[in-house]
Design a protein around this ligand. Structure first.
Ligand code: PAF
Length: 216
């Protein structure tokens, strides 16, 4: 597994792979890896020649500075998990490799897909997420990119992004991986107490109950 810290080195390496007709896949992450991410890597591994995993805590998609400061940063553990998962390349750049000083997020128009639900409570979150994902797609030029269904709204925004920007990357999604309790695995679960986790699992269990007990 090779680790790249700069766009220039990564691009140079990937151009070489492409010249050798290798198909490149991307699994974008912000680190704090868990089984949900590893499922994406496994899927990518099955259907691609070169699997690139990016680890970058993207500051522009955080509307709350405290959330950004507390976001789990577990690079060493992430690297050993990725090595075991047979990942080929990790791209773990610094902020200055991807953003010029003072750079703003792009102002996309995704309509209601980004304006409703999470978009209503996290202004600029989806513009920030799409800005970095578009940068990754332009740098890495993956044939396929993998996103979890856990972030359903993000997945729809990314699909709209590739359509709007005419980016020739196929978006592939994999199902949510859950704890035994039903709680979706998520990097931010590390920030929850055991009571918080128990309470959060009620959401999924209530939804399951409704689905299983609905009257026609
Ligand atoms: O889902 C995430 O971890 C992030 O939103 C992503 C897609 C890596 C962009 O920063």
């Amino acid at each position: 597994m090779q680790i790249f810290k700069t766009t220039t080195d990564l691009k140079h390496f990937l151009d070489n792979c492409r010249d050798n007709n290798k198909e490149i896949s991307l699994v974008p992450t912000m680190g704090g890896l868990h089984d949900g991410h590893l499922k994406l890597v496994d899927r990518a591994r099955e259907i691609s020649d070169i699997v690139v995993v990016s680890i970058f805590i993207n500051p522009t998609q955080f509307n709350n500075p405290e959330d950004l400061a507390n976001y789990p940063n577990t690079l060493d553990k992430d690297l050993s998990l990725l090595k075991k998962a047979n990942c080929d390349i990790v791209y773990a750049p610094k902020i200055s490799d991807l953003y010029i000083s003072g750079e703003m997020v792009k102002n996309y128009n995704f309509g209601d897909i980004a304006a409703l639900m999470e978009g209503e409570y996290r202004p600029e979150h989806f513009n920030g997420m799409a800005t970095i994902v578009e940068k990754f797609f332009r740098i890495i030029k993956p044939t396929k990119a993998f996103f979890g269904q856990k972030d359903l709204q993000q997945l729809q925004v990314v699909k709209a992004l590739v359509k709007q920007m005419k980016i020739p990357t196929e978006i592939i999604s994999t199902p949510t991986i859950r704890e035994k309790s039903g709680l979706a695995k998520s990097s931010r679960n590390k920030l929850l107490s055991s009571t918080d986790k128990e309470n959060a699992s009620l959401i999924y269990n209530c939804l399951l109950y409704c689905r299983n007990n609905k009257t026609k």
